[in-house]
Design a protein around this ligand. Structure first.
Ligand SMILES: Cc1cc2nc3c(=O)[nH]c(=O)nc-3n(C[C@H](O)[C@H](O)[C@H](O)COP(=O)(O)OP(=O)(O)OC[C@H]3O[C@@H](n4cnc5c(N)ncnc54)[C@H](O)[C@@H]3O)c2cc1C
Length: 752
C-alpha cells in the first residue's frame, strides 16, 4: 500500500505536532520537562523502536554484575505518558523533510511541525565479515545488555576446563571498561579468564589524557589483561578473529566496541550530513537548512564544534537546550545556542569496586572514584525512572501530576454490562419473525447469520469501541482484528468489511483526516493479508475516537457454524490468548504500565485469530466464542448457558499477559472489572481459588482477546499442538465441561 499523502494546512488552524524520534539521553530530558509543563498548543508524539532506553554510563557496571538491568533502564513509555505524549512503538525508517513527516515501516507517515532526532549511533565495523554472526556488538545498547547477560549466565553454569577467552575489539573508553568489567564478572563467578583488548590504532583511549592512559595500562598489567594496539580485525569466524597482519586470535566471547557510526535509519534520510553520515546541526541543534527539525546526541554532528566526541555526556548537556529550543520553535521564538563543555569528567569503571578518572588533565583512581561515579549515574537515571521495581511511582514522580484517574477505560472494556444489555433487549420485545435468521436476537451469539435461498449462510458482525490508546493506527488495527474475531469464532472467514469511525470533535479537519488515515491504514494491515476488502463505512464525530467494523463472510450451511450452543460434557475448554489487556491499559492510562507490558499486550491484541480458528476447526472444536469486554467469566458463562452445561475451571491455568498479575496484585482494575465481577454470583469457588492471585484475570475485560473453544477430550493435545504451531504459544486448557449442576451454578472454579 502506498503511503497516503500528508495534507498540510495553515498552522493557526490547528494544534501543532511535535514529534520526538528516539528515547536517547537528550529526549528523556525533553520529556521530563514536559512532565512539569506541557508545551502549549502542541501535540507531542514519541516515536521509539523500543520502550527501554539504556543509560550507557552504567552498562559496564551491569557487565561487572554491579547493577541489575532495571537499574540502568529508563522506561520511556510511562515517562511519555506523564508528559502527555502519544507513543508510537515502532522504528523510524526515514524522514521526509520536504513533506515534514517521519516515516515508520508499514504505516502512514507521521506529520510534524517541529521534530527532533535523538536516535543514537551504531557500532563501526559491523560490515567486517562475520562480526554480525559471531561478535557481541555494544549497539544497540539494549540488545547488548540482554545478550551479555545471556552469554555470561550460560558460561557460568557450564563450568570451565581452561581459561575463558575474551577478546574485546576497540580500546576507546567503552572498550576499556568492557574489558575490565567482563574480567571482573568472570572472576567473581570463580572462572579463570584471559582477556585481550585489541585496537587498530597506535594507542588506547585516543583523545584522553596521558595520566589516565598510564593508570589504565598499569591496571591492565596487574590483571593480566593483554593490550595490543595496531591490531586491526579484518574477519571473524566462529571462535576465531583474523587480524590484518595475518595473526589469529581465538575467543570464547568477542565484544565489538569500536567507534560510533551513523544509525542505519539515517541512511535513507535526505538531510545534510557529515561524511560519516551524522546529521549536520547548527549550535542551536537545528538541522542545517531545515527549520523546525532538530537533532541531538550521537546522531548529530555539530558543525561549529566538529571535534565533539560521540559521548553520552554531550547528549545529556544538550537535553535542556533542546527542550527549550523545541518550545521556542513551536512558539516562533528565537533559539538559544548550545556550546559543548571543553572538558568533562571521565570516570572508567574497573569492575572491582574501583574506577579511574580524569578532569582538567588530572587523573585519579580508587574506590572513592567508583563511589562518585555510582552516585552521579544513579542520580541521573532516577530522574527519569517513573516506576520503582514494585511498580509504584518513584519519589521523583510521586508528586508529579498523574493522568486522569476517573476516565473510563476504552477498548472492549467500554461495553455496556451484560445485565443492562439483557434487560434492554427484553424491554424492546421479541424481534419480528424471519425464517431466514439462523443466528439473531432469539439465539444470541457472537455474530448474526442469515440463510440465503442458495442454502449457504451470510454471517455478519458489528464490533466497535472507544480508543484504548492514543495511537490511532494501532486502534484501527486492533479494532479490525477484534471485529474479525466474532466471525472467526463462528468458524467463518471474513470476506468484507465496512468501517464506523467517530473522530474526536476537537480535531480540526486536517487532524481528523490524519486520524482517519491512521485508523484505516491500521485496519488494512489486518484486513489485507486475509483478503478482506474494506468496502465502505460511515464517519461521525464524538468526544473521543471510536472505531468499529462490520465484517461479513459466508458459511456453506447453518450446520457449519461453530455456535455457543455446541459444548458437550467432557469437552476441554481452551483459551488461545493470555488475559489482562483491561488492567494493563488501565495502568497505562494512569502512567503506571511498563513499556514492555504494553508492547506484549499490543502484540497479543494485534494478532489475528485466523490460525486459532483454523486450528480449532481442524481439532474438531464443537463450540467457540471470542473473549472480549465481559471477560473470560462472562463469555464462558454465556457459552455454558447457551449449551445447557456447566464447567470446572482451573484458576491456576489462566494464562496472563506480562504485567497483568503484578497490576492486579497492586489492586488495579479496569473500570469494567466490577461489572464483570457480578458473574461471581453464579459461581462456586473453592477457598484456594477464591484467594488465588489469578482469579481477577477471570473478570478482566479483554480487547481483541483470544478464542475460547471447546474440543472433545481426546483432541485436547492435538488442538494445543495446532494452536501453538500457529503462533498461539500461551494457549492453555483452562477447564472442562460438565453436565448442568443441580444448584444452577454454571462455573466451579478450583485451584488445580
Ligand atoms: C559500553 C559503552 C559505554 C559507554 N559509556 C559511556 C560513558 O560512561 N559516558 C559517556 O558519556 N558515554 C558513554 N558511552 C557513549 C554513549 O553510549 C553514547 O554517546 C550515548 O548513548 C549517546 O546518547 P544518545 O542520546 O545520542 O543516544 P542513545 O542513548 O543511544 O539513545 C538512542 C535512542 O533512540 C532509539 N532509536 C534508535 N534507533 C531508532 C529508530 N530507528 N527509530 C526510533 N528510535 C530509535 C533507541 O532505542 C534509544 O531510545 C558508552 C558507550 C558504550 C557502547
Amino acid at each position: 500500500m502506498d503511503p497516503p499523502p500528508v495534507v498540510r494546512v495553515r498552522a493557526e488552524e490547528r494544534v501543532k505536532d511535535l514529534v520526538l524520534v528516539g528515547g536517547g539521553h537528550a529526549h528523556v530530558q525533553v520529556l521530563r520537562r514536559m512532565v512539569m509543563a506541557r508545551p502549549a498548543g502542541a501535540r507531542v508524539t514519541l516515536v521509539v523502536d523500543t520502550p527501554l532506553a539504556v543509560y550507557s554510563g552504567m552498562v559496564p557496571g551491569f557487565v561487572a554484575g554491579q547493577y541489575r538491568a532495571e537499574e540502568l533502564e529508563i522506561d520511556v513509555l510511562p515517562l511519555a505518558r506523564r508528559a502527555g505524549a502519544r507513543v508510537v512503538l515502532a522504528p523510524m525508517v526515514g524522514l521526509d523533510s520536504k513533506r515534514r513527516s517521519v516515516l515508520v515501516a508499514g504505516r502512514p507517515p507521521i506529520p510534524f511541525d517541529v521534530a527532533s532526532l535523538d536516535i543514537g549511533s551504531s557500532v563501526a565495523g559491523l560490515d567486517v565479515p562475520g562480526v554480525r554472526q559471531h561478535a557481541l556488538a555494544t549497539r544497540p545498547i539494549g540488545r547488548f545488555v540482554s545478550r551479555v547477560a545471556e552469554v555470561l549466565d550460560r558460561k557460568q553454569s557450564a563450568g570451565a576446563d581452561r581459561p575463558f577467552r575474551v577478546v574485546v575489539v576497540g580500546a576507546g573508553s567503552g572498550g576499556v571498561e568492557i574489558a575490565f568489567t567482563l574480567l571482573a564478572r568472570l572472576n567473581r563467578a570463580g572462572l579463570e579468564a584471559r582477556v585481550t583488548l585489541l585496537d587498530g590504532g597506535a594507542r588506547i583511549l585516543p583523545g584522553y589524557p596521558e595520566g589516565l592512559v598510564a593508570r589504565v595500562l598499569r591496571q591492565a598489567r596487574s590483571r593480566r589483561i593483554e593490550i595490543r594496539t595496531g591490531a586491526r580485525a579484518v574477519a571473524v569466524e566462529a571462535g576465531q578473529l583474523a587480524l590484518a597482519d595475518g595473526g589469529r586470535e581465538p575467543f570464547d566471547l568477542l565484544a565489538w566496541v569500536t567507534g560510533a557510526v551513523a544509525n542505519p535509519a539515517l541512511a535513507q534520510v535526505a538531510l545534510p550530513k557529515d561524511p560519516r553520515g551524522f546529521v549536520r546541526v547548527r549550535s542551536t541543534l537545528e538541522v542545517e537548512g531545515c527549520e523546525g527539525l532538530f537533532a541531538a546526541g550521537d546522531c548529530a554532528h555539530l558543525v561549529e564544534f566538529p571535534a565533539t566526541a560521540k559521548a553520552g555526556v554531550y547528549a545529556v548537556r544538550q537535553g535542556p537546550v533542546l527542550a527549550r529550543n523545541l518550545e521556542s520553535a513551536l512558539a516562533g521564538r528565537p533559539l538559544e545556542r548550545y556550546r559543548p563543555q571543553s572538558d568533562f569528567l571521565t570516570l572508567l569503571n574497573m569492575g572491582d569496586g574501583t574506577a579511574i578518572g580524569s578532569k582538567w588533565g588530572v587523573s585519579f583512581e580508587g574506590a572513592w572514584v567508583m563511589r562518585l561515579k555510582d552516585a552521579i549515574d544513579r542520580r541521573f537515571v532516577r530522574r527519569f525512572q517513573v516506576l520503582d521495581p514494585t511498580g509504584a511511582p518513584t519519589t521523583a514522580f510521586r508528586d508529579k501530576p498523574s493522568m486522569a484517574g476517573d476516565v473510563p477505560c476504552g477498548g472492549c472494556a467500554a461495553k455496556l454490562g451484560q445485565s443492562a444489555l439483557d434487560r434492554a433487549l427484553t424491554r424492546i420485545g421479541r424481534p419480528l419473525e424471519d425464517a431466514s435468521v439462523v443466528l439473531g436476537l432469539e439465539s444470541p451469539d457472537d455474530a448474526v447469520a442469515i440463510s440465503t435461498p442458495r442454502g449457504d449462510v451470510v454471517v455478519s458482525s458489528l464490533d466497535a469501541f472507544p480508543a484504548f490508546t492514543d495511537d490511532a493506527f494501532v486502534v484501527g488495527r486492533v479494532a479490525a482484528v477484534s471485529a474479525m474475531s466474532d466471525l472467526l469464532a463462528k468458524g467463518v472467514e471474513p470476506l468484507h468489511a465496512q468501517a464506523l469511525v467517530a473522530v474526536p470533535e476537537r480535531e480540526a479537519s486536517a487532524a481528523a483526516e490524519e486520524t482517519l488515515v491512521q485508523v484505516l491504514s491500521g485496519a488494512r494491515t489486518a484486513f489485507d493479508p486475509l483478503g478482506v476488502a474494506l468496502l465502505g463505512g460511515h464517519t461521525t464525530k464524538a468526544a473521543g475516537l471510536v472505531v468499529g467494523f462490520v465484517v461479513d463472510g459466508i458459511a456453506p450451511s447453518p450446520g457449519a457454524l461453530l455456535r455457543l450452543t455446541g459444548l458437550r460434557p467432557g469437552d476441554r475448554l481452551i483459551l488461545t490468548k493470555p488475559l489482562g489487556t483491561g488492567v494493563v491499559f488501565r495502568a497505562d492510562m494512569l502512567g503506571l504500565a511498563r513499556g514492555r507490558w504494553i508492547q506484549a499486550a499490543l502484540d497479543s491484541m494485534s494478532r489475528v485469530n485466523l490460525a486459532a480458528a483454523r486450528a480449532a476447526r481442524e481439532a474438531g472444536a464443537r463450540a467457540a466464542t471470542d473473549v472480549t469486554g465481559f471477560g473470560l467469566a462472562g463469555h464462558l458463562a454465556g457459552m455454558l448457558r447457551a449449551s445447557g452445561v456447566s464447567a470446572i475451571v482451573d484458576v491456576t491455568a489462566l494464562p496472563a499477559l506480562p504485567g497483568a498479575l503484578e497490576l492486579l496484585a497492586r489492586g488495579h482494575r479496569s473500570t469494567a472489572h466490577a461489572a464483570n465481577e457480578q458473574a461471581r454470583r453464579g459461581m462456586v469457588l473453592t477457598p484456594d481459588a477464591a484467594a488465588h492471585p489469578r482469579l481477577p484475570l477471570f473478570f478482566d475485560p479483554q480487547t481483541s482477546g483470544g478464542l475460547l473453544i471447546g474440543v472433545p477430550p481426546e483432541r485436547e493435545s492435538d488442538a494445543l499442538g495446532r494452536l501453538r504451531a500457529g503462533g498461539d504459544e500461551a494457549a492453555a486448557v483452562i477447564g472442562w465441561v460438565r453436565p448442568a449442576r443441580f444448584d444452577g451454578a454454571a462455573i466451579e472454579v478450583r485451584a488445580r
